[in-house]
Design a protein around this ligand. Structure first.
Ligand code: DMJ
Length: 556
């Protein structure tokens, strides 16, 4: 597939030429109001060139689906309908046994408080209800949201990252879809409740917060540790909050995190754990701002940090140039150091610890092909698009080779020409490598969305129905292995198909992301392609669509 002339390297050159522009060339009121809005600038502190921004705005990301045949359309819409019925089954269980609770305990048919009791599933699912056309349920949920009291914390510390992606993202998206101001008010109210988490020496947020006292803490008591994803996944929601409220505080707090991280860790400093440009170690101390280990990883703990570099750039109408500079550097290093070919011929991501590579991939890494495909299409890079396709093939093989059609939480693989990867494995893992081409290190599936998300992107970006067919196969696996009376649950071993074995070997977990993210990407793969078009919306890490119609006007 060819996308035109602009490769990532060329994009770098474009960035460089923007840097040589005078910032006074930023016309039409687009100049940031305050120099503290560093993130609206590139790494050298200059604004994006209007010409470049203008050219990028013209780019169409979605494939032109006008040539779809009537039969293809018929199959697609039937599938959308089946998924909508599946969602209705899950929602009915939640409504009957746990309405307004954070989660439903499907097995015991009782509510569960896991996220401060503010109705995580209900808030996370608002946009799914809207997009699937379940309007009565949406407006009923709206009345519930209007009465939420974020002063009561359900007796739990707040996990700041999760509060942002599930609640604040969910509320913002519900506001942009429905235009009902209650959602924005509630998003602002809750953000103001968690802002004390940023009251730290450098402004890096605590992982946990007592919302009644405003006292922060690390997840490991007594420590000041955190990780990349938990400091870097505020950018999209906070940028949008600043736009809607005209209050720059939120955006500045989110961008300050990135500034501090860059300032405190230099790749050429021998005392630093940061050794490969753009491959940021995962563990960070929020008081010193320094990386505390060398392990860099794009899976759990790192994933959405990288995702937000890319997507906040799109959301900002391509003006947050620092983000795309950083993303370009990171993705080049990922390609060079962070992926390896397995003996089964697949290109998998892994852990990079200084000069060492560990062939281990959790299912969170499956977000990479979608985001990478999206950015590669915008900037016109065939080679990075191909990388996205190859990573997707690898991720899909983990699902496809299982009798359940579902993928494990984490796998290990053996690199081509690195026999020690195999020799150092437990014999049970070796047998799995012989059988499947990888070993199931965590053999369960917890209804996670990441692979479905990337297949959805690739379908919308290329129009290739093979990606949609794969989503359908996974959905059928979910139906066979995860559907029970009252809803859906995890499955304990993806190597066994429960409907074939006749025993449901389940894990009693239905996290809110199943309603927000997994169901949304499943449905959108088969809904009309104009519904939440990639040319009009950007998804947060929790699949909350934010509209691209709110152009930055330089006034927050
Ligand atoms: C979601 O809550 C988000 O996608 C997050 O970034 C990490 N993954 C979970 C679902 O697996």
């Amino acid at each position: 597939m060819k996308f035109g002339l602009i490769s990532l390297a060329v994009l770098g050159l474009l960035c460089a030429s923007a840097q040589s522009d005078s910032s006074s060339s930023f016309k039409n009121g687009l100049l940031p109001r305050s120099p503290t809005l560093g993130g609206i600038l590139n790494r050298e502190g200059r604004a994006a060139s209007p010409e470049r921004v203008g050219a990028l705005r013209q780019r169409r990301m979605q494939y032109d689906f006008t040539e779809e045949t009537p039969e293809e359309r018929h199959v697609r819409l039937d599938r959308a309908d089946a998924i909508r019925r599946g969602f209705a089954h899950a929602w009915d269980g939640y409504k009957q046994y746990a309405y307004g609770a954070d989660e439903i305990d499907v097995v015991n048919k009782v509510p569960k408080t896991t996220r401060n009791g503010w109705g995580a599933t209900l808030v996370d699912a608002l946009d799914t209800l809207w997009i699937m056309g379940m309007e009565d349920e949406f407006w009923k949920a709206r009345d519930f949201v209007a009465k939420l009291d974020f002063g009561k914390d359900g007796g739990q510390l707040t996990k700041v990252f999760e509060t942002n992606i599930r609640y604040i993202g969910g509320l913002l998206s519900a506001y942009e879809l429905s235009n009902d101001k209650v959602f924005l008010q509630k998003a602002v109210e809750l953000t103001d409740v968690i802002m004390p988490a940023f009251n730290t020496p450098l402004g890096l947020p605590w992982q946990m917060l007592n919302v009644t006292t405003g006292v922060g803490s690390s997840e490991t008591p007594g420590k000041t540790s955190t990780n990349l994803a938990e400091i870097g996944t505020f950018q999209m929601e906070f940028y949008r909050l600043s736009q809607h409220t005209k209050n720059s505080t939120y955006h500045e707090a989110a961008q300050n995190v990135i500034t501090v991280m860059l300032n405190k860790n230099k790749v050429n400093d021998p005392s630093s754990n940061y050794s490969i440009p753009g491959m940021y170690p995962m563990d960070i101390d929020m008081v010193s701002g320094k990386f505390t280990s060398r392990a860099a990883y794009w899976g759990g703990g790192g994933d959405s940090f990288y995702e937000y570099l890319a997507k906040t750039w799109i959301l900002s109408d391509f003006m947050l140039e620092r983000n795309i500079d950083m993303w370009s550097e990171s993705i080049q290093s990922l390609k060079r150091y962070g992926v390896a070919e397995s003996t089964s011929g697949h290109l998998f991501p892994g852990f990079v610890d200084g000069t060492k590579f560990y062939p281990y991939a959790d299912t969170f890494t499956n977000f990479i092909p979608g985001t990478l495909g999206l950015i590669s299409k915008i900037v016109g890079s065939d080679s990075y698009f191909e990388l996205a396709e190859n990573l997707l093939e690898a991720g899909y093989s983990v699902f496809d080779r299982m009798p359940s059609s579902l993928g494990a939480e984490a796998i290990k693989f053996v690199r081509k020409n690195v026999p020690s990867d195999y020799l150092l494995m437990k014999s049970s893992s070796q047998s799995m490598v012989d059988q499947y081409g990888f070993s199931l290190e965590r053999p369960y599936y917890l209804l996670r969305p990441e692979l479905i998300e990337s297949l959805f992107y690739m379908y919308r970006l290329t129009g290739k129905t093979i990606y949609a067919d794969r989503v359908w196969k996974i959905w059928q696996g979910i139906q066979r292995n995860c559907r029970v009376p009252g809803g859906y649950v995890g499955t304990a071993n993806v190597a066994v198909d429960d409907s074939a074995s006749g025993t449901m070997d389940i894990i009693n977990s239905t996290e809110s992301f199943f309603f927000a993210e997994t169901f949304l990407y499943l449905y959108l793969t088969f809904a009309d392609q104009s519904v939440i078009s990639l040319d009009e919306w950007v998804f947060t890490t929790e699949a909350h669509p934010l509209s691209r119609k709110y152009v930055f006007d330089g006034t927050f």
